[in-house]
Structure formats: C-alpha cells, structure tokens
Design a protein around this ligand. Sequence first.
Ligand code: EPU
Length: 425
Amino acid sequence: MKKMIIHGGKRLSGSVTIGGAKNSTVALIPAAILADTPVKFDMVPDILDVHNLMLILKSMNVHSGFADGVLKIDPTEIIEAPMPSQSIKSLRASYYFMGALLGRFGRATVAFPGGDNIGPRPIDQHIKAFKALGAEVVENNGTVHITTSGDGLHGARIFLDLVSVGATINTILAAVKAQGATVIENAAKEPEIIDIATFLNNMGAHIRGAGTDVIRIEGVSTLKATNVHTIIPDRIEAGTFLSLAAAMGDGIRIKNIIPEHLESFTAKLIEMGVQLQINEDEAYVAKSDDLNAIQVKTMPFPGFATDLQQPITPLLLRAMGSSVIVDTIYPQRVKHISQLQKMGAKVRSENDMIIVEHTNTLNGATVGAGEIRAGASLMIAALMADGETQILNADNILRGYGSIVAKLTALNADVTIEDTAEIAE
Ligand code: EPU
C-alpha cells in the first residue's frame, strides 16, 4: 500500500497540464480488442487502472506496451481465456470487457467488477441491453456468463431506464459489430462517450448521435485502426486542479482542457467568486478571496459531475456561510466526510445532503482515502491544512491521477508518496 504525505499551508503557483481522461481510457482499452489491427492511443494517463487493464489484456494474449503517454495494443492474436480476477476486481471499468468480448466473440465470461465503493452500483441496464441484442445472460457465483446462439447479436431498440455512462458504452461495444441497426434511447451524453464513438468510427464503425440522448449504430463486420487516437483531456482531473487552485493558489494555469466539458463546474466557481479566466484550451485561476457559499446538485452530463462533488468540498470550507451538496447520482458518496472532520473541517452529511460550513483552519491528520475522489478531496484539504497530513490508501489516488506528485511538486507543494504497511480502517 502507499501513503501520501503532505506538508500543507504553502501557497501554490505555476502551471499544470491535464492528462487524458481516465474514464475514456478505461473504456478505450477494452474497446481496442474489437479491432482487427493493432491500435495506438496517445495522451494515456499513467494511472494504476491502465496497468491493471494491461494485465487483463495479457491474459487474453493481447500484447500491449506503454511509454511516454503512448499505449500500443495488438489484439490480432487474441484468445478466449479466463481473466485475472484480482485485476478485474480492482476497477469498475473491467465490465467493458463484457461488451467488447461479446462484440468480438459473441460470448463473454467476466467476474462482477470491483472499483470504488461509492454506494450501490448495479449493472442491470448493461445486462438488459445485452439481452435486447439477443444474448443470453446468466449470473452465478459473482460471474456473468453471456452467450449468443445462431447468427449472433442483432441490432435492437434499447431504452435505458436511467442515464448510465457504463451501460451506454457497453451497449455501443456490443452493438458495433452486431448485425443491423441498434438505437440507444436515453443514452448518457458524457464527453467520454463521444471519445469512444470517435475511436470506433475512425476504425470504420457507424455510430451516430454520440453526445446526444439518442445513439444510432449500424453494425459493421470489421474495424481497422489507421491512425493514433488522442484521448480527450480529463475533465475531472481538471476540475480537481481548478478546485485546489482556487483554494490555495497564488495564480495557477491549468493547461490542456476543453472548457465546454467543464461548464457546469466553472459556472459554480464563478458563482463562488473565484477569479477565473477561461481561454481556448486552458484556464487561469488568480488568488481568490471572499468566496460565497453555493448549492450544488450532481446530475448526468452536462450537469455538475458527481466525480467533482468531493474535490470541490474543501474549497467550500473557504466560502462564507453554509454550502449544500446533493449527489443525486451516488447519494452515499460520502467517504471523505469523516476524514475531513478529523482535519477540523466543519462538514457533515445529513439526509443525503452534504453541508459544508466555513472553516478558518484545517490541521494535518492521518486520514484514509476510501476511494479515488474521496482521496482527491483529502489531498486538497491536506494542501490547505497546517502541518503534516498522511493519507493512507493513497493507491486510490494513484488509480485516477497520473503523475500527481510531480504535478503538485511543480506547483510548489510539499508532497511525497511512500510504501507502507498501514491501511486505513
Ligand atoms: N445504474 C443502475 N443500473 C445500471 C447502471 C447504472 O442503476 O445498470 C445507476 C448507478 O447506480 C448510478 C447511475 O445509474 O446511480 C449512474 O451510473 P453510471 O452507470 O453512469 O456510472 P458508471 O458508468 O458505473 C461512470 C464513471 C464514474 C462516474 C459515473 C457517473 C467510469 C469507469 N466510471 O460510472 O466514475 O462517477 O460514471 O458519471 O467511467 C470516478 O471516476 O471516480 C468514477 C466513479
């Protein structure tokens, strides 16, 4: 296990460059096995999830190599084989192998995914879509067995009961090589979905409407990569740095962003009174004082992202008055609250609401990163706090934030990562 040690209270300045989107990357890697050629991705973040997905690929005889942000994957000698359960359970996105293997072989056997513990995360909509496409799905002993008979998968009209990023992408992966036309209604509109569709379309897929709530897919028989796919910037990493820049920055430039992907978040920062200048592909946050309390409600894109609910919480401690967060996507995503309290934060969760009161000073403490965005929240609080904070289970931070120590150090933060036997309770 790792722990992150931060000596807080230092003002931060300089610039940081945002990496490729984790939640695109973790879908693009499984999507790569649909190709009949080697594929290449650029702007791949160096995060633990990528290394775990590479281990899963290896178990299927899919060779991959990762250096300098470029990930090469050769699925041309893929075989059907049991997947390493530890890697499967290490990340939620391993469920994309269900759709991808189904698209490739017409069948898939995948253990139930693990990933962040942020409350109930069913996959009933994924399964409903696979069934609509003609697959038979049986779950036993924590494993999902998906099979097809006869002429394999065929296109279908699928209305998702709720807006789900994972179910939308998994349906695309299964349908892209199915026979005939598939229509996904009530589809999720997240930018990561457009990224996956762009990658597949550049290989010859026929996916229209990604980024809207109706996606139409005409099945094709083969997918061939002819160019390098550059992954979109990570809007959640960008939001995390915007938050810490507003909380502790004396002028921080955040480069490689797509401002349109961050509008619901930057609108809230502006409402708070954060000194924010947004340019074409970067933002500059000047020293920001006298912040106002705000109300936040998380929603599917283009609403305020649930993944940024925790990273904005430490910033809200600096606002005058009482802020309220309602996470409609994951109401139980509150792993940061008890840990922030250990640091002296006046924050509490009550009736599915998070209430954040103005807090003059935070103090260093030993805390635990219960999951990735809870970890991001603690990391920002630790940068704001007086004294030393030790964040246990920091592996959860490394799951989603590439080169995080180098990026924070370049902003003048005092941060190190160490191996430890200590685990947060
Ligand atoms: N849901 C169902 N049934 C399903 C699928 C989802 O009830 O079959 C519910 C979920 O329980 C949740 C809501 O629908 O209440 C939305 O879930 P969604 O399927 O959109 O989430 P996901 O695909 O499992 C992705 C991201 C999460 C992010 C959510 C919401 C990946 C790998 N994960 O999860 O990212 O919070 O979308 O935007 O893309 C993170 O990066 O920290 C993270 C947890």
